[in-house]
Design a protein around this ligand. Sequence first.
Ligand code: UDP
Length: 415
Amino acid sequence: MLSVHACPLAKLGGRDSGGMNVYVRELSRELASRGVEVDVFTRWREPGDPRIQELAPGARVIHVESGPIRYVPKAEVYARIEHFADEVERHIETEGRGYDLIHSHYWLSAVVTRQLAARWDLPTVQMFHTLGLVKREVMTEDTDGESDERTEIERRAVRESDALVAASEIEASELMELYGADPAKIRVVPCGVDVDAFRPVRQVDARETLGRDQCERLVLFVGRIEQIKGIDVLLEAMGDLFRRRPDLRHEVCLVVVGGALDPNDDAPELEKLEDLRRLVHEHRLEDNVDFIGSVDQRRLALWYDAADVCAVPSLTESFGLVALEAMASGTPVVATRVGGLQTVVVDGESGLLVPASDHQALAVAMERVLTDHRLRVHLAHGARDRAERFTWSRVGDGIEMLYDRILAARTHVEV
Ligand code: UDP
């Protein structure tokens, strides 16, 4: 498994760490439990991490030293990508372990995959998690220097990989329409959720544990603090909500989980926080909005339980684990009708869907869920029911079948 910039052991919700880290972690564990041994090669980012760490019996994380052992922006990771690939090669040669297949995550890993696959003649599976061309369509901020080079690398990986994993039918269409992918190469495998770790717990108990019993109605946002997550749209929507329903101003709070907001963090995002605080001020939301920074996943489960609604206002989303985790916790989701969210959330059954970037529609949907008790209960049940279908074991089934198919095709050719 190659996951150059997303370490499966990383602290989540900060800079450049979120769903992909979770996916690589859970998939590796799942595969290992089925006897498919996995080594995840990832950039060494945390000074305290050992070079090699066991993720589960049969699954290891191998930290590759490439550049300084701390956060560096993706452009810098890319600048050293050949060095990273050489280091992985060196490690593999020294250890003398043979691999059957490379599963590559994100465009950065595709570069490394190409080098290693050529060197050892290995079949490759590529998953992008986000596609440069899709992101470019919705973003005005160019946070990662989303370059033409990225698009080229993605196109080449689409052409050369033995298989492509898409998290939703929508991502599969994007791969075909924007990148000209061969439909026969694409396998749609939706992501999963641990339905035991994320499960409904009595709201009062969760709030008490979190010390949040003073808030009557709680809206939750969870995610990296990036434009793509639509957090500014959500703040605008809160402003709209209170203009529509001034009585709710004294009842509704928004808790924003995510972001490296502690000045002692590896790469604090204090400037971004300042921008958001300006928006809070503009809409007079000081008493309603709390930015609490990133939270460990085990504690995050309590936040989903404490919330009345989880807002997922992303501008684009290849899948949207946060929506699924909220649903597994029995918390209705108000999400945008984009990417994988459209397949995860069933409008009117497990949450409500609204157009992206439409703060007014978002405000109306939040108002409905927050004020209509029957609707909330209906959506809460629907949410849990739907989430139970998305397990990591299912993801493991899909991926293992894909590996088998690719390896069988190879054997066939060799014979
Ligand atoms: N997450 C977390 N703590 C945080 C913020 C996020 O553990 O403070 C996790 C969250 O549980 C989810 C992932 O990060 O599993 C975010 O995944 P998602 O697919 O929603 O977004 P992505 O990061 O892939 O854009």
